[in-house]
Design a protein around this ligand. Structure first.
Ligand code: GDP
Ligand code: K
Ligand code: MG
Length: 297
C-alpha cells in the first residue's frame, strides 16, 4: 500500500457564532480565535493549517457570507465566492440549534453549483436532544447532496477526529504547501501580517491596501524582553511604495505604531516591530510569491 500525502484547501463557511473559531482552536490545539481579525478585514482567509504525517489541511475562512454593505464588502464577497470555486473541499458549518433560514438557503444555493466535495458540519450537538438530530439531517439532505454529514461538538470534541480523517480522504494527493513548524506552531505569523494589513487599510486609500502583501520575515527572537518582529510590506508600484513610506517615513511610522499597539495587546508582550517596504511587480500573478504570502488560491 502506498502512503501518499494529501493536501488541499478547505473553506469553512457558516454564519457568525456557529462555532468556526472554536472548531479551528480544537483542531490546532491553540487559541487562535482571539487573534483572528474581524471578518471584513480578512482577505488572506487562512484560519489555520493542520498538518500530520498523512495530510495537510489549509483551512480558509470565508468572510463573504454576509450581505455586502459597501464596495469593500462587495469585494470580499466576490473574493469569497470565487475562492469557493478554487478550494478542494467545502465545510458548511451550521448550529444544531438553528433553524434553516434565508442565509442557509442562499448558501446551499451557491454550494449546489460547486464541483468539489461539500461536507455539512452540524455543530453544537451537545446542546440538542439527540432525537432532534435525524430530522435535522433529513432537512438538509433534502436541499443538497452532501458528500458527508458530520454532527459534531466543537467544544467537547465529539466526531472531530473522524471529520478530520474524512477531510483528508477527500483531498487530492499533493505536496505539503507550508512548513509544518511555521504554520502549525506559528499561526500568529498570519495574524501579524493581517493586522499590519488592517492598519495599512485604515491609514491609506483603497488602491494601496489592495496592492499590498505583508510577509512576516521573522518573529522568533527576544531582545531586551521584546519580541522582535520583522516584516516586509510588498507593493506593486514605486508610487505605492512612496505612499506607504510617506514624507520622511511618516506613514510607515504610523503604520508601525498602530500595528505594534494592537499586536502587543493581542500577543500580550512588548514588541519591537521593524517594517520594510519593497516593490514586487505583479506579485498577484506570481504563484510562488502568493503561496509564500499565504494567498495560495
Ligand atoms: P464563529 O463565529 O463561527 O467563529 O463561532 P465561535 O467559535 O466564536 O463560537 C460562538 C459561540 O458558540 C461561543 O460561545 C462558543 O463557545 C460556542 N460554541 C462553539 N461550538 C460549540 C459547541 O460545540 N457546543 C456548544 N455548547 N457551544 C459551542
Ligand atoms: K465569533
Ligand atoms: Mg470566528
Amino acid at each position: 500500500m502506498t502512503n501518499s500525502f494529501r493536501s488541499g484547501f478547505v473553506a469553512i463557511i457558516g454564519a457568525p457564532n456557529v462555532g468556526k473559531s472554536t472548531f479551528m482552536n480544537r483542531i490546532l490545539g491553540q487559541e487562535i480565535s482571539i487573534i483572528s481579525p474581524k471578518a471584513q478585514t480578512t482577505r488572506n482567509k487562512i484560519q489555520g493549517i493542520y498538518t500530520d504525517s498523512q495530510q495537510q489541511i489549509i483551512f480558509l475562512d470565508t468572510p463573504g457570507v454576509h450581505q455586502p454593505k459597501n464596495s469593500l464588502d462587495q469585494y470580499m464577497d466576490q473574493a469569497a465566492y470565487s475562492a469557493l470555486k478554487e478550494v478542494d473541499l467545502v465545510l458548511m458549518m451550521v448550529s444544531a440549534q438553528a433553524a434553516l433560514d434565508d442565509t442557509a438557503h442562499k448558501l446551499l444555493d451557491k454550494l449546489s453549483a460547486l464541483n468539489v466535495p461539500v461536507f455539512l458540519v452540524i455543530n453544537k450537538i451537545d446542546l440538542i436532544n439527540p432525537d432532534k438530530l435525524l430530522p435535522l439531517i433529513d432537512q438538509y439532505n433534502n436541499l443538497l447532496k452532501f458528500t458527508e454529514i458530520f454532527p459534531i461538538s466543537a467544544t467537547q470534541g465529539n466526531n472531530v477526529p473522524e471529520l478530520l480523517a474524512a477531510i483528508g480522504q477527500n483531498l487530492p494527493e499533493g505536496p505539503q504547501y507550508y512548513p509544518e513548524d511555521q504554520l502549525s506552531d506559528h499561526p500568529e505569523y498570519f495574524v501579524v501580517a493581517e493586522i499590519i494589513r488592517e492598519k495599512i487599510l485604515e491609514l491609506t486609500r483603497q488602491e494601496v491596501p489592495h496592492s499590498v502583501a505583508v510577509l512576516v520575515d521573522q518573529m522568533n527572537q527576544r531582545l531586551n524582553n521584546k519580541l522582535q518582529i520583522e516584516v516586509t510590506i510588498y507593493t506593486e508600484r514605486d508610487s505605492q511604495k512612496k505612499i506607504l513610506i510617506g514624507t520622511k517615513g511618516s506613514m510607515l511610522k504610523q503604520i508601525g505604531i498602530r500595528s505594534r499597539k494592537k499586536l502587543e495587546d493581542l500577543l500580550g508582550e512588548k514588541i519591537n516591530l521593524k517594517l520594510w517596504v519593497k516593490v514586487q511587480k505583479n506579485w498577484r500573478e506570481d504563484p510562488l510569491f502568493l503561496a509564500r504570502a499565504g494567498y495560495a488560491l
